[in-house]
Design a protein around this ligand. Sequence first.
Ligand code: ASP
Length: 436
Amino acid sequence: MKKLALHWKILLGMVLGVLFGILMSSFAEGKGLVQDWVKPFGTIFINSLKLIAVPLILGSLIKGVSDLKDISKLSKMGGKTILIYILTTVMAVSIGLFLVNTIKPGNSISEKTRTELVGSYSQNTQKYKDEAASQKQSGPLKALVDLVPDNIIGASSENKNMLQVIFFAIFFGVGLILIPESKSKPVKDFFDGFNEVILKMIDLIMLAAPYGVFALLASLIVESPSTDLFMALGWYAMTVVLGLFLMIVLYVFLVYIFTGKKPKFFINGISPAQLLAFSTSSSAATLPVTMERVSEHLGVEEEVSSFVLPIGATINMDGTSLYQAVAAVFIAQAFGMDLSFGVQLGIVATATLASIGSAAVPGAGMVMLVIVLAQAGIPEAGLALIFAVDRPLDMCRTVVNVTGDATVSMVVAKTEGKLGKPHVKDWDDDYEGKKI
Ligand code: ASP
């Protein structure tokens, strides 16, 4: 019998997880059973992915930068990458604003539903406001200061400080370029081998992906809030999902225009990373798989993917910025506020910056939304309105975040002459169970 491809296996795991979650929700003890006996496997799976993130960034980025052999190439590629990231984010916010102003989902929220939603979720939103407040209290150059760690072990010890790890890896790679080859060769060889080991570890982790996503989705279903509130927010959720879908269409189009690669090629190549992004709601946890897919299945040379993707996972969040724009205007509409054109332009700027500042973990987009709301003068209590559907939307926006990173890496690779043929190492064979 022909073995199923990885993305089908993951999809099957997701569907069975949802069904199992629904089934268990109908028993009184079901929720507890899933939380005690199924959820831990999901947590183990996510932890194993996160475990790989720091060594992966260190290994692949040091190797990638030192392979460039020339500092000017690095700064050219860096500038291009950041510029394209910002452009795609601005496009995403604009699409979001266009849709929310056309569909006007906030107008369908009745006074009664609004009071009910604000009442039932106001406690939860306080936590988000506090977190956002602490982020906001910093000076204008805080982001720059935060980029440079004072201790690399400290920076690597927390998965939150990915940008610091990236900084160290690039800096180290630059040092490696500048020393004589006789000295740099053993170090480069070491990181070469180190990188291969990490990639093999990702292969092994991915063998467990179908089971991991089963556990994640089953526990998500038993823990999700009641569906009534969910329905009330249907139009809002649909607006976000429609915008996110348009972004995926845009990416496929951009990849086709810039690289000539067909939609099927792109989607087939990146789909396991998308499914994982959906199940984990975290671009950071998905990063190892995104890197593996982009370099081995989409043909982006490691020199580019190892540089563009870790940076993208931390700063490029098109899905998040689109969602923040829709959510902000939706809340304003629900409170009967009319937002002027100037205020909406302000939302473009703040949502772009807020998405850059959002951590690549579940729920981070909502924390930063507080800042967008405050800037536009929209009541922060409105966060409670959208709380019920935030997790499913987080899952969808993370898919877009990850796809956006993959798209930009392909475009950058093409313009650098570094887009080759896919070179699936033993990845697929591993999944077909032939090797390992
Ligand atoms: N969960 C998203 C990510 O990791 C961030 C967010 O929008 O909350 O990409």
